[in-house]
Design a protein around this ligand. Sequence first.
Ligand code: C5P
Length: 293
Amino acid sequence: MSLELRSPCKVNLILNILGKRADGFHELETLMHPIPFFDSLTFAKNSAPGIQLSCSDPLLRTDESNLVYKAAKLFGRAASVDISTIIHLEKRIPMAAGLGGGSGNAATTLLGLNQLYDSVLSDAALQGLAAELGSDVPFFLQSCPAIGLGRGEQIHQLSPYPILEGCWIILVHPGFGISTPWAYQQLARFPEARNGIPGRAAKLDASLRSGNWTAITENIYNSLEAPALEKYPLLELFQTFFKKAGAVATLMSGSGSTTFAITDSDKSAKRISAEFRSHFGESFWMKAIGLGF
Ligand code: C5P
């Protein structure tokens, strides 16, 4: 039996860091939105024991350091099964990009193996494993927009936003990644960004719900832009460009390095993408995606 699953990515419409915790992580509130742009994972039971992982991208290691491998190993231990599975990862989502590609792969692996092994683990058990694998992993066990609290792993599902129906999102990756630990460490130099005021994610949710773009653009925010835009001014140039070109909102996603811009239609996404290309050249990875799943 084999199984193929899509593994989506996300953007953070807000990432508001509230302070550094005693365990070294940062307390935060975030509103994550799923993006229908996918890696794909195939799972097949194998006669030989163990996990055999392959990946379309030669730059991604397929050993025990790979999040898919870690997820499979953790699943096997928690479910008390000897995993005998061939897993193939077809990678399309850029890496170290703030889009949660690796976290999505880990969550999809938990879901895929649970399907392959007769739903041996409960949803609550999968949640626990996902949180162990990484702060963003639990978000990808479900497919709705959601608020993440704690270190991001406490997921509160939200219903879809009618205002985003028909909107498009443009993702731009500048060709370099930003390390998540680096971005968080740098916050020590930006006390205001490190100690945000709680309640902003709920405020953004309310403005998205009310459908008022002025309020939405006032409320989208990312604390990690403070170190990232200081080190990489190009990312600020992207945002200035998108605002001038008529995007309804623009921000860096997660710990970067992807910048996203939301447009009100397919037509404006195509126009703005073409203008971006003629302004910045052809070398950056760029993708325009409709927000309806
Ligand atoms: O949880 P995850 O493995 O994605 O986190 C990667 C790193 O990012 C952590 O080791 C930590 O340095 C930083 N981080 C943090 N606070 C969070 C999430 C991540 O400091 N809420």
